[in-house]
Design a binder for this molecule. Sequence first.
Ligand code: GLA
Length: 732
Amino acid sequence: MSIKFSKESQTFILSTKSTTYAMKIQKDYLAHLYYGSRIADNDDLSYLLRLKNISLNPNPWGEVDRSFSIGVLPMEYPGGGAGDFRTPAIIVKNESGSTVTDLKYVDYRILSEKPTLEGLPSTYIGDTSGEVSTLEIMLEDAVTGLAVNLYYTVFADKDVIARHTVIKNTSHKELVIEQAYSGCLELPDSSYDLITLPGTWSKERVMERQSIRRGIFSFESKRGTSSHQNNPFAAITAPDTNEMQGDAYGITLVYSGNFSITTEVNETLTTRIVAGINPYDFNWTLAPDQTFTTPELLMTFSDQGIGQMSRNFHDLMREHLIKDRYKGLKTPILINSWEASYFDFDQDSLLALAKQAAPLGIDLFVMDDGWFGNRNDDTTSLGDWYVNENKLKGGLPDLIAKIKETGMNFGLWIEPEMVSPDSELYKQHPDWCLHVAGRVPAISRSQLVLDLSRDDVVDYIGDAIIRVLSLGDISYIKWDMNRHLTDVGSAQLPSHRQRETWHRYVLGVYKLMARITERFPNILFESCSAGGGRFDAGMLYYMPQAWTSDNTDAIDRLFIQYGSSLAYPVMAMGTHVSASPSHSVNRTTNMATRGDVAMFGTFGYELDLAVVTEEEKEQIKHQIEAYHQHSNLIRYGDYYRLLSPGHDNGSAWMIVSPDKEEALVCFVQILSEANALPKLLKLAGLDPDKKYAVNGEQLVLSGATLMNAGLLMEFNFGDYLSQLYYLKSVIK
Ligand code: GLA
């Protein structure tokens, strides 16, 4: 049983395979006791509260024991204004105008199922063999009629706990939620490191590590999407934690809109972390009996370092987040037209590219941006979802038929959430974009954002996209989103609800995605947002893969893919071989390195094959064969980061099959070094007692040797060179 309540000690103990999470009812408040490595589930952990009078922290009215104060108590879901001066998880304003929020414990239930989250993506149980159960804890503020239910779903064999909160107005008057995080995590100390994934366009999710300090540190998005600039993921580690050892907490939000993750170290040198919807420009009016559901927060812990923390998330997302129908899927190897020709194509040039691609073994041809309305550059036509017959003479059905004649399947790029001012849709419905009355909205990439907080707009655009997807046999869709939100207001909401628009927009996107992905269960969807601007667990619920970055340079991708792997599985990362010199950074890299880096992801090509040499085409054929051979291992194996591109003048990683029978190791040297010895790379995750043949039978070494003494890399003479090693266990 992974959830236990002890009446005597009034404690809740949540146990996973290797972790324990504990809470306690302390004088009507729900206090946090412990999260970390698994400990005995029958010890009374109450002493962990460290009750002590810390001056200037108030006590509840009538309380004679000054050692009890919510100002210092580790709190499970704190309000504000009633004695806790730290960052609140929830603030609700009632009719009197007061925002004092003081939640007391009411009751609990243990559920064998996992509740779904209304309108929001979330993890699910599925047909798992592992134990999953949910603890529901009810809290209330009796003065305002605010009821808050906390949910903790314990994925015992994954070492993950999924949390969310349902807030209900049980009063007869309106309540206004001013801030409602998905969860709060209290840690008993202040010496931790914080690892985040900040970035920008073409440089998404490059890992950053810093010490947590006294005071408040917040990283967030106010851009309407999870964004390139920050990612809704954080690791909190002991200062000496590394990839292989040490304590590491991981948190990530199943949400794609404005978020905030805040750490606070206070006077008692303890740490509070809150994560959820960004309170910036947010509120939500709850009429009597209405509820509001916060996005899901996933938490994991490992004392085996950052690497195991990542693998916990990878396993969870592959099994309990990504839809069942995509499990076991062999992703098609695609060729995408974008970096091959950008907007400059017609049916003949596309078919010419397709005819070059098919004989190489490529499975899927993807027509990117530029096929609809009058779109010849990025200034027009978003919203006009009908084929540009000047470019594609016989329309989509004819093009699809001709692509299929080459033996490949067909895929398409769309950007449903946007409208160009220069479009038929905008002429007909100028009020359908996000805007604020009396203000001219800011423009970005010459486009405006459709007001998807409105059901009529969601319905219209859903119908339009369904019409397009019904035109022929389409196997793949790249769903793009190329600007951030400004002038966030909706013509349909009353003034006191305008600040709901940001979140309502995200709910509208989810509704649209749910409708379209359910309607076309056989289409493989890939999300994209100007590269990797919406690479989050929310998107992965609807679409099992995401375009990682518009930067396809193999060396920059080392950093981007390394950072992304902290939270997200390799099978979710869109990775393509593109031209050299790279269009992103003008760097020259060879075909082998580009192939090796792209192989650890969904794998595909995005370049003009007409200018690729015959020798490179042969390499492409071999890469495709290798990907087919290893795709199961790459998609479902355990991922180990071995060298960090930020520190080691190179990057190395490996994937080991769950049965430890085979593994694939990749090492990329960044800059060549004079007078240097070849590298010894210590491997990980192997069975120490098994013998592994390395790239054939000539070299056979035990797992113990490969992990402790290391595998000798060939000497690399030159910049940006990669090496790939396939390990297969042999009986010797
Ligand atoms: C975004 C995507 C690119 C490409 C273009 C098309 O930038 O990230 O891959 O699809 O849009 O306009």
